[in-house]
Design a protein around this ligand. Structure first.
Ligand SMILES: [Zn+2]
Ligand SMILES: [Zn+2]
Length: 152
């Protein structure tokens, strides 16, 4: 997959919040943490992680950002029209800035890599029967995230 000249259209559920990715995701994860559960109103979040510079942020008046507790310090943006998750901005210390996009907001699913793993699996609401590695606990989930980032 070439990351040149990609223009991947992204949109929230209602279509009022739109933005484009200009590169392919670094990796994809399925997160079962309790914040993702509440933020997505779903048992888990299936998300693609991009370099922030590869994603145009949606116009300011279409998204409302909130920081959820506890950290990591992710600004989670929901569409002001439909209230659905739109985009998440993650600026980890000493690391490249990242933009996280729920995969259901990504128009072209063929550009998505397979998920690398499940993380925060200990707080799952549902068991998932697949062959992906399942990381439990804060540190092992964070370490995996860091490893995937280094590899990308
Ligand atoms: Zn919307
Ligand atoms: Zn999560």
């Amino acid at each position: 997959m070439s990351s040149t000249d990609t223009n991947i259209k992204c949109a929230c559920e209602c279509g009022a919040t739109t933005f484009a990715a200009n590169g392919t995701p670094l990796f994809r994860l399925i997160c079962h943490c309790s914040i993702c559960q509440r933020f997505n109103d779903a048992p888990f979040a299936d998300v693609a992680v991009f370099r922030a510079k590869d994603v145009d942020t949606p116009s300011k008046d279409s998204v409302r950002y909130e920081r959820w507790r506890p950290p990591p310090n992710i600004r989670r943006g929901t569409c002001v029209s439909c209230g659905a998750p739109a985009i998440e901005l993650f600026h980890p210390p000493l690391l490249p800035k990242l933009t996280i996009v729920p995969v259901r907001n990504i128009g072209q699913h063929e550009i998505l890599p397979e998920p690398s793993a499940h993380i925060f699996y200990e707080s799952r609401l549902v068991d998932v029967a697949d062959d992906l590695p399942k990381y439990q606990g804060y540190w092992s989930s964070q370490l995996l995230f860091g490893r995937l980032l280094m590899r990308a």
